[in-house]
Design a protein around this ligand. Structure first.
Ligand code: GLN
Length: 304
């Protein structure tokens, strides 16, 4: 397996030249655009990795998966999906799409920013308590108590994110988010700044591949949640590239703008890939190439 991973990195590394590291959150622009890492873990816990798989980066939009899980645990599926849709969109991740409508104007899905700000607001707890609960859930899933957030990235996003701020106030005006807007935004910026590596992502992937069971088997969450998460990742996880990605890769995935991609192969594998050079959709350009190759090599498409 490790030979396959090494080969995929070699074959795809030219792609980094065709992408660009995100700089709209200034602190993200410090990333090394040549970095590539991958980790794949089966549901028994066997791990295979290559490249910069230990290097830490911020989770960014991959946290939307965890926020969705926690919102459903706290409020139930019906209440969550009354406020955010389940439909994919061909609009970019930071779109205001449909929010301008008076009726039926809710975010299309929980994987775009507007939808994720809603799900974050639905997490139980006051202010920072929401964040602590989300962080603890990630620590529990990965079995790593040391996971924390990157304060520089958090401050960088908090001080520049006028678009998310405008979106959150509009969502509040529409009655779609609970609580104080600035408090919700603060949790959202912090959750995006949580630092992980490819191994952590592979563990999160294995957790969902294994119907919400942690590797040591100690912690169980309702397994129905995995179905919802995996379905939403498949249809919406790569933003307005999700359709082509399903055709070419076929692995339920979620990307983040720092360059991470989380992959879930139900009943088989969890995958974490890192490469901060991004395509025009905001997905890791080399991550896409590697996952496409990996899917072909190991026959991982859920549609095959
Ligand atoms: N923190 C980022 C933002 O809200 C997350 C976006 C992403 O990863 N695509 O803009």
């Amino acid at each position: 397996m490790e030979n396959v991973l090494n080969k995929l990195i070699e074959e795809n590394k030219y792609l980094t030249k065709y992408g660009k590291v995100a700089d709209y959150i200034p602190a993200l622009s410090n990333a090394n655009s040549d970095d590539i890492g991958i980790c794949i873990m089966d549901i028994k816990g066997n791990v295979y990795s290559s490249g910069e798989y230990i290097k830490k980066f911020t989770i960014q939009s991959i946290s939307k998966v965890i926020a969705l899980m926690l919102a459903i645990l706290d409020k139930g599926k019906n209440e969550v999906f009354q406020r955010v849709g389940m439909e994919p969109t061909d609009e970019p991740f930071n779109s205001f799409y449909k929010l301008e409508l008076h009726e039926e104007g809710k975010p299309s899905n929980p994987m775009i920013n507007a939808g994720a700000i809603v799900t974050t607001s639905l997490i139980e707890g006051k202010g920072n308590e929401k964040f602590t609960r989300l962080l603890n859930l990630i620590r529990d899933i990965t079995g790593d108590e040391n996971i924390s957030y990157n304060k520089e990235v958090y401050m960088s996003e908090k001080s520049t994110s006028n678009r998310n701020r405008a979106m959150a106030y509009l969502l509040k005006e529409k009655g779609l988010i609970e609580g104080d807007v600035e408090e919700v935004l603060d949790v959202y910026f912090k959750q995006c700044s949580i630092e992980i590596n490819c191994i952590h992502l592979a563990k999160i992937g294995t957790f969902f591949a294994n119907k919400c069971r942690t590797l040591n088997g100690d912690t169980h969450y309702p397994e129905g949640i995995a179905n919802i998460i995996v379905a939403i990742m498949t249809t919406c996880g790569m933003y307005d590239f999700s359709g082509q990605y399903a055709v070419e890769v076929g692995i339920p995935s979620k990307s983040g703008v720092a360059g991470g991609i989380l992959g879930v192969v139900p009943n088989k594998y969890g995958i974490g890939v890192y490469g901060p050079s991004l395509d025009k959709y905001g997905n890791s350009i080399v991550g896409y190439g590697i996952l496409k190759g990996l899917s072909k090599e190991l026959g991982l498409s859920i549609f095959a």
